[in-house]
Ligand binder design. Structure first.
Ligand code: AMP
Ligand code: ZN
Length: 139
């Protein structure tokens, strides 16, 4: 629990939220913004700022609940698809209590969340340099 954290306050019940799921370790509630109908946030009850700070156990506890919430949203609203997003650090992240966005998608919903195909910009050496840079940090 972090005193000035809005999601800790929601977990504690100090401020209201539209809760859709809760157990000992996680809480899921509607994003106040509703980027699309059913946009839901999944958070750990334990305060951790973002993905960089999660232990493997924290991550397992959080991410293992994702399919359940995703299925619930799919069943409820029959979207054409669903994006799962997790923002880390400013300026992407605005609430510094780690959370996963589950965003159901509908035809012409106006959300722009897509990856660009950059295959024509990358040669074998570029992939290899990128691979090496990341792998060096993981070995
Ligand atoms: P992010 O940019 O990934 O940190 O997103 C934080 C999200 O939290 C935004 O989509 C906000 O709409 C949402 N949010 C902020 N305050 C609340 C709140 N009190 N209840 C529900 N969602 C909130
Ligand atoms: Zn918090």
């Amino acid at each position: 629990m972090k005193e000035d954290c809005i999601f800790c306050k929601i977990v504690k019940g100090d401020i209201p939220a539209f809760k859709v799921y809760e157990d000992e370790q996680v809480l899921a509630f509607l994003d106040i913004t509703q980027g699309t109908r059913g946009h839901t946030l999944l958070v750990p009850k334990k305060h951790v700022e973002n993905t960089y700070g999660l232990t493997e156990e924290d991550a397992a506890a959080l991410f293992k609940r994702v399919p359940k919430i995703a299925r619930g949203i799919k069943e409820a609203f029959d979207p054409i698809g669903l994006n799962i997003i997790n923002n880390n650090d400013e300026p992407l992240q605005s609430v510094f209590h780690v959370h996963i966005h589950l965003i159901p998608r509908y035809p012409s919903d106006g959300m722009v969340l897509t990856t660009l195909d950059r295959q024509d910009e990358y040669g074998k050496e570029d992939y290899e340099a990128v691979r090496k840079a990341i792998k060096e940090q993981l070995d």
